[in-house]
Design a protein around this ligand. Structure first.
Ligand code: SAM
Length: 217
């Protein structure tokens, strides 16, 4: 598996998704096979999303690499993830921010929350806290955050997430009304009242369901 992981990382570097040493090291350290169901293990190092149950997916490795690069993370940062899923993306981010940093991650589906929490604990990720709840409202208890990223597609940018960013902080979120196509949007809080927004292109994520997300189940 280690060889396969190295090959995956090499491939992501050659295709330009991994650009920095920090992301390379993180993706080389996290065992993706630990986060997928047993019957998907043989595909753990293919660059594709895989089913994790409950109609949800583990994101494709190139998407995790892209998110990690765009977020421009530093050791010691406080980060909020919305949509834990199986916890793989969280583990990659936690590797980069290190033991002085902390990642809070919110998952709305109880079974996935419980599974991810146990998995991350068993792998020794003490710098991750998994929360069961509606992440479209953020997680005000620990705000503000240096970085917030959402791994599910929202119909609009949830106001609580903008408010929970520190000044100079960045929010990365897929936004759009189409099931198979959304725009990845990067927002930077430039002052207490000002935000700058950039469109980074097309992506496809499962829907964000909640108060500031989609209302269907
Ligand atoms: N980050 C994951 C990974 O490591 O590959 C991928 C997550 S999956 C693409 C999106 C997750 O967002 C699903 O597990 C889904 O249940 C969750 N989700 C959807 N709406 C949510 C909400 N309002 N709050 C928290 N999680 C939500």
């Amino acid at each position: 598996m280690m060889d396969e992981r190295r090959r995956m990382v090499q491939d992501l570097m050659e295709r330009g998704y991994i650009k920095s040493e920090a992301v390379r090291r993180a993706m080389e350290r996290v065992p993706r096979e630990e986060f997928v169901p047993e019957d998907e293990m043989h595909r753990a190092y293919m660059d594709m999303p895989l089913p994790i149950g409950e109609g949800q997916t583990i994101s494709a490795p190139h998407m995790v690499a892209m998110i990690a690069e765009i977020l421009d993370l530093e050791p010691g940062m406080k980060v909020l993830e919305i949509g834990t899923g199986c916890g793989y993306n969280a583990a990659v981010i936690a590797e980069i921010i290190g033991p002085e940093g902390h990642l809070y991650t919110v998952e709305r589906i109880g079974i996935l929350y419980e599974r991810a929490r146990k998995k991350l604990r068993s792998l020794g990720y003490d710098n991750i806290t998994v929360i069961h709840g509606d992440g479209s409202q953020g997680f005000a208890d620990e705000a503000p955050y240096s970085r917030i990223y959402v791994t599910a597609a929202a119909p609009y940018i949830p106001d609580p997430l903008m408010k929970q960013l520190e000044i100079g902080g960045k929010l990365l979120i897929p936004v759009g009304s189409d099931k198979f196509y959304q725009e990845l949007v990067l927002i930077e809080r430039t002052s207490a009242d000002d935000y700058r927004s950039r469109n980074l292109g097309g992506v496809a994520f499962v829907p964000l369901i909640g108060k500031h997300g989609w209302k269907f189940h």
